[in-house]
Ligand binder design. Structure first.
Ligand code: 13P
Length: 237
């Protein structure tokens, strides 16, 4: 499964020091076990850094404002990312859409801006429970709307399907549902497509084996080195 993409979204967890310790520990583990898969880590912005690693560990930003620099209090822009050579960003995460009220227009603007600068963009889409309950066509329409203004054939795009009802809830989507939904998405984009939502050591292998699933975007279970290591072991074994 060395071609799968595994990504850890730290959300609002970890400090600068604990992130550095985490990256070092995971790098060592990948070397020891000769695991070659591309690993992406999205630490909080205070912990962004240029880490020297022996393996393919990419550091990405969870968020940034579409600007080089300027007056956007509380935000970071390209200047702050370039300091550490960061060229990977998460856009459209459901927590930013729902909690921070980012609109589709703003998400699309951010996407365009970072695309113009060649960033690798992890673009997240996913339906809330009421839409899932309304059936597959409703889900398809919802996901299509979340791709309005997005170039879904962008060469440096990685899509992530993260159903809102599965994020941080412990309720993972079933392999059948992941397969079905990934097929809906693959019908309009041929870019790599990850699944996210309560991925954990107990289910990562099964999820990565789902046809049409190119990797996993992991929150909670990725935050401790021990959790990440046990997931990587499952991927390897
Ligand atoms: P959990 O793995 O905690 O469900 O979070 C998923 C997620 O939001 C990754 O971006």
């Amino acid at each position: 499964m060395d071609d799968k993409i595994v990504a850890a979204n730290f959300k609002t967890n970890h400090t600068r020091r604990s992130t550095a310790e985490y990256v070092e520990a995971i790098d060592l583990f990948l070397s020891e076990k000769k695991i070659g898969l591309p690993l992406y880590i999205f630490p909080p912005s205070t912990a962004l850094d240029s880490f020297e690693t022996k393996n393919s560990i990419h550091i990405g930003a969870q968020n940034a404002y579409p600007t080089v620099k300027g007056s956007f209090t509380g935000e970071i822009g390209l200047q702050q990312l370039e300091e550490f050579g960061i060229d990977t960003i998460l856009v459209g995460h459901s927590e930013r859409r729902h909690i921070l009220k980012e609109t589709q227009e703003f998400v699309a603007e951010k996407f365009r801006w970072f695309k113009e600068r060649g960033f690798t963009i992890f673009y997240c889409i996913g339906e809330p429970l009421e839409v899932r309950k309304a059936g597959e066509e409703a889900v398809r329409q919802y996901l299509l709307k979340q791709c309005e203004g997005i170039d879904t054939s962008y060469e440096n795009l990685v899509l992530a399907y993260e159903p809102v009802w599965a994020i941080g809830t412990g309720k993972t989507a079933t392999p059948e549902l992941i397969e079905q939904t990934h097929a809906l998405i693959k019908a309009f984009s041929d870019r790599p497509l990850l699944y996210g939502g309560s991925v954990k050591p107990q289910n990562i292998k099964e999820i990565l084996e789902v046809p049409g699933c190119d990797g996993a975007l992991i929150g909670t279970s990725s935050w401790e080195v021990s959790g990440m290591v046990s997931m990587l072991r499952k991927v390897k074994g």
